[in-house]
Design a protein. Structure first.
Length: 283
């Protein structure tokens, strides 16, 4: 995927006579969409990071994983800026950095959903272990493991094997997200110590992460694992654009993690669901 995406980026910068009108239009659309993503996602990501940093204190360490996720998004956005301004000499290095940030973001997505699951399913156990020190250790581990991607290009020359490995890597979080969501919903009725509004926000974050991963990462997972689609330039461009949308989608985690107007929306949705269930005829 690396070489294919680098080739796409190079094509975005070369509009010579040998290129067809169709692909020129397609490349221009990708260029414009990348600029729009940067202009919208960059300021929102910075605002979200500032908002979450204000929440971090000794008795509230939950936002730390989302802060690191947003930092990963910031890395990806900076790499997109390099792509847009056409710094050809740095393009390959910044593509490696882009996927390094993408791998780290997947790791922190898992951390966010795991933390939400533990708050509901194992509240007493997690209460005595959710310290800033433990969270920092987990963050260091995720960042360190994410270095596997850039290092693999120096020690492993078989790109086909690398693509398969990364396809499996990106596929592994799927069952975890589903398990954490299912376990959280199942444990909600027994979670007495967690307020109702916090329960709604926790479930909303889990659903949002699963949706983001399904809609934006699944196409690239198919690209990694299915050999037939790798030769289709349009499919490759679409997969790459979906990955670029992930920093913008992650900003919504900030919205669903904060108290405020969203609580009223979630409460209304939950109330409508309960009303529907009560109106169903019983057998």
């Amino acid at each position: 995927m690396e070489d294919s995406f680098i080739n796409i980026t190079s094509q975005n910068r070369s509009y010579n006579n040998s290129t067809t009108i169709y692909f020129n239009t397609e490349q221009k659309i990708m260029y414009v969409m990348t600029c729009i993503i940067i202009c919208i996602a960059l300021p929102l990501t910075l605002l979200a990071i500032h908002g979450f940093c204000s929440l971090v204190r000794n008795d509230h360490v939950a936002p730390i994983y989302i802060i690191n996720l947003l930092i990963c998004d910031l890395i990806q956005l900076c790499c997109m800026i390099v792509e847009v301004v056409r710094l050809e000499i740095w393009i390959r290095s910044f593509h490696v950095i882009f996927y390094f940030g993408l791998m780290a973001s997947v790791g922190f997505m898992v951390c966010v959903t795991l933390e939400r699951y533990l708050v509901i399913a194992w509240p007493l156990w997690y209460r005595f272990r959710r310290t800033i020190k433990n969270s920092v250790v987990v963050c260091v581990v995720v960042w360190t493991l994410s270095l596997f991607y850039p290092l693999s290009f120096y020690f492993w020359k078989d790109f086909g094997v690398i693509q398969t490995i990364f396809g499996v890597f990106f596929l592994l979080p799927f069952p975890l997200f589903i398990f954490f969501l299912r376990g959280t919903v199942k444990a909600l009725s027994e979670a007495i110590s967690v307020p109702a509004d916090e329960k709604r926000r926790i479930v909303a974050v889990l659903i949002l992460v699963l949706l983001i991963y399904t809609l934006l990462f699944l196409p690239s997972i198919i690209w990694f694992l299915v050999e037939e689609v790798k030769n289709n330039g349009t499919v490759t461009r679409v997969c790459y654009m979906f990955l670029k949308l992930s920093p913008l989608a992650d900003v919504f985690l900030y919205v669903f993690s904060r108290k405020g107007a969203v609580d009223k929306l979630l409460a209304s949705l939950c109330r409508c669901r309960m009303d529907d269930d009560s109106n169903r005829p019983t057998a």
